[in-house]
Design a protein around this ligand. Structure first.
Ligand code: DMJ
Length: 643
């Protein structure tokens, strides 16, 4: 054996071995003794060993193989003339079979082994003639085949389920030519955002419109999951941008893969991906979206494997290992994250007939119902190991917001039968009104945040969604306070409009204060940015649907114009860092929610109400419309696939 002498000593590499260009025409003239050559030596040594071993085996064992292989076998035969015993058409050969036949068989096998050996050597030599790139391409092709096979397995059709009543998927074209013109402008903005993402960021999660390349943040993990494509799909569909919709569908069908070693936010993936896919499915009827949504949901389920069943904030899609954000109080999960799964998970159970999703979110609800609530308020932090609250901070903005929204929407989505959710919403809103909502000296109604036993008189842009929520929840409110909640929604809309109107760019800051003579204005430099968020426009749209007061369309139009003037760049739309500066700098991010929410709400604001009527559709917190499920009750017993 020469191999050991050729192996490098002490980890040092051997000097290059010149094998000549003619021997390996695709290689450089000088070829080092590479792994390939060592592999070839090992391979040929192994084959030689097998070949030799066969002949050095004791005779008895060789014969044993033949006995088993030849003499005990049942061979179909009908001719009994050679003295064999006929057993119903099969012949068992007798013990005294002649030596001649043994020798012939041995010879045949020897030839076969020799031929196999030579063939293997030839193949190995052929492989070595190929360049590294060719070999890698072959390996990749093999890998792709395996992935395709796995995908086929994963894409099994789901049990058929009767679709809910899908009313109002129409053009919603307004008769008024001025309104139509405004609506067309919004559609043009969507085209600009999409086309640039298509050109410079395709397949990435988001777009950097100035650098003209892909962008991502840690909420999407380290994979290119095409967040903008998934988030934008239903907006494209609603706007009648069908070619773009089909492009997105094709990408999703061919490329959206969840078997990736990537740690993602459970909440963000749920609201943007699962919500986006489900809405695209209901609007277009294309099965691929449902299948992808269900595949992805399966990848999120391990996040619920905690001592309490309260899910981790993040989960690795491949390993299923979960953990919480390092910045969260005492290792806690976040109320707005684990409390914003209900709508999508109920739909998943409805569509699959599998109660697992429904049970997960109902478990969270039951646990929250049992807990003590300081002043009737839900703190933002809950430890998933101990089941105890972390810091007693309460917010209707970041960290708390969509938990309240989903209580109301769970009730709406159940065709107003889920009274447990409605009660939790009513109780929570009463506590919020009592402890967090105040009027400023200048008469502006605002929602503050409860921190360390006192009220912080600061409101976030995120909190502005609550105006729309109060209006949406007015009908069906306790003690028939519909008028009161509609009024509260209008007051919040007014305050948030003021936060826009008091800036140079007419775009709202991230957070604004009501303190020491300051009213609806950002004080700290790091709160003066606008990142294309939707919440204020979302509230204008709900208020428009419930009141038809033209001021909401006017306010929406002001915001659209400001976005087009100050956030539009040739490569898309960007956030701005200071809304009080007349020469703002860009943050160079086109957020996926700009296409999913901001532009969708603007488009709906200038459309007729019969496009996605609110009696039949409930928008998730990322503005993805899901149909009301007309179920007998919240246990989903109306679903035939469920029985
Ligand atoms: C969106 O992803 C959702 O609206 C979420 O509920 C809150 N934040 C962003 C938009 O600002």
């Amino acid at each position: 054996m020469t191999t050991p002498a050729l192996l490098p000593l002490s980890g040092r590499r051997l000097p290059p071995l010149n094998l000549g260009a003619s021997a390996f025409p695709h290689h450089r003239a000088t070829l080092r003794l590479s792994e390939k050559f060592i592999l070839l030596l090992i391979l040929s040594a192994f084959i030689t060993l097998c070949f030799g071993a066969f002949f050095f085996l004791p005779d008895s064992s060789k014969h044993k193989r033949f006995d088993l292989g030849l003499e005990d076998v049942l061979i179909p035969h009908v001719d009994t003339s050679k003295g064999g015993k006929n057993l119903g058409g099969f012949l068992i050969h007798g013990q005294g079979h002649d030596e001649h036949r043994h020798r012939e068989e041995e010879e045949r096998l020897r030839n076969k082994i020799r031929a196999d050996h030579e063939k293997a050597l030839e193949e190995a030599k052929e492989k070595l003639k190929k360049s590294r790139d060719e070999i890698q391409a072959e390996i990749q092709t093999e890998k792709n085949k395996v992935v395709q096979e796995l995908k086929k397995k994963d894409s099994k059709p789901l049990p058929p389920v009767p679709l809910p009543n899908l009313i109002g998927i129409n053009s919603g074209e307004p008769a008024d030519p001025d309104i139509r013109e405004r609506r067309n402008k919004i559609k043009e903005m969507m085209k600009h955002a999409w086309d640039n993402y298509r050109q410079y960021g395709w397949g990435h999660n988001e777009l950097k419109p100035i650098a003209r390349k892909g962008h991502s943040t840690n909420i999407f993990g380290n994979s290119q999951m095409g967040a903008t494509i998934v988030d934008a799909l239903d907006t494209l569909y609603i706007m009648g941008l069908h070619d773009e919709f089909r492009e997105g569908q094709e990408w999703i069908d061919k490329n959206l893969d969840f078997s990736v070693n990537s740690e993602v936010s459970v909440f963000e993936v749920n609201i943007r991906f699962i919500g986006g896919l489900l809405a695209a499915y209901y609007l277009s009827g294309q099965e691929v979206f449902k299948i992808k949504a269900v595949q992805l949901a399966g990848k999120l389920l391990p996040a619920f494997n905690t001592p309490t069943g309260i899910p981790w904030a993040m989960v690795n899609l491949k390993s299923g290992v979960g953990r919480n954000w390092g910045w969260a109080s005492a290792g806690s999960s976040i109320l707005a994250e684990f409390g914003t799964l209900h709508m999508e998970f109920v739909h998943l159970s409805y569509l699959t007939g599998d109660p697992v999703y429904y049970n997960k979110v109902m478990h969270i609800r039951k646990l929250l119902q049992k807990m003590d609530r300081p002043n009737g308020l839900y703190p933002n932090y809950l430890n998933p190991r101990t089941g105890r609250w972390g810091q007693h901070h309460t917010s209707v903005g970041g960290l708390g917001d969509s938990f309240y929204e989903y209580l109301l929407k769970a009730w709406l989505m159940s065709d107003k039968t889920d009274m447990e959710a409605r009660k939790m919403y009513d109780d929570a809103i009463e506590a919020i009104e009592k402890h967090l909502i105040r009027k400023s000296n200048g008469g502006l109604t605002f929602i503050g945040e409860w921190k360390n036993g006192h009220l912080e008189r600061k409101m976030g842009h995120l909190t502005c969604f609550a105006g729309g929520m109060f209006a949406l929840g007015a009908d069906g409110s306790r003690d028939d306070k519909a008028g009161h909640y509609l009024q509260l929604g209008a007051e919040i809309a007014h305050t948030c409009h003021e936060s826009y109107d008091r800036t140079t760019l007419k775009l709202g800051p991230e957070a604004f204060k009501f303190d020491g003579g300051v009213e609806a204005v950002a004080v700290r430099q790091n709160e003066k940015y606008y990142i294309l968020r939707p919440e204020v426009i979302e509230t204008y749209w709900y208020m428009w649907r419930f009141t038809h007061d033209p001021k909401y369309r006017q306010w929406g139009w002001e915001a659209a114009q400001a976005i087009d003037k100050y956030c539009r760049v040739s490569g898309g739309f960007s956030g701005v860092k200071d809304v009080y500066s007349s020469s703002p700098t860009y943050d160079d991010v086109q957020q996926s929610f700009f296409l999913a929410e901001t532009l969708k709400y603007l488009y709906l604001l200038f459309s007729n109400d019969d496009l996605l009527p609110l009696d039949n559709w409930v928008f998730n917190t990322e503005a993805h419309p899901l149909p009301v499920l007309h179920l007998a009750n919240t246990t989903l017993s109306g679903n035939p696939a469920y029985r």
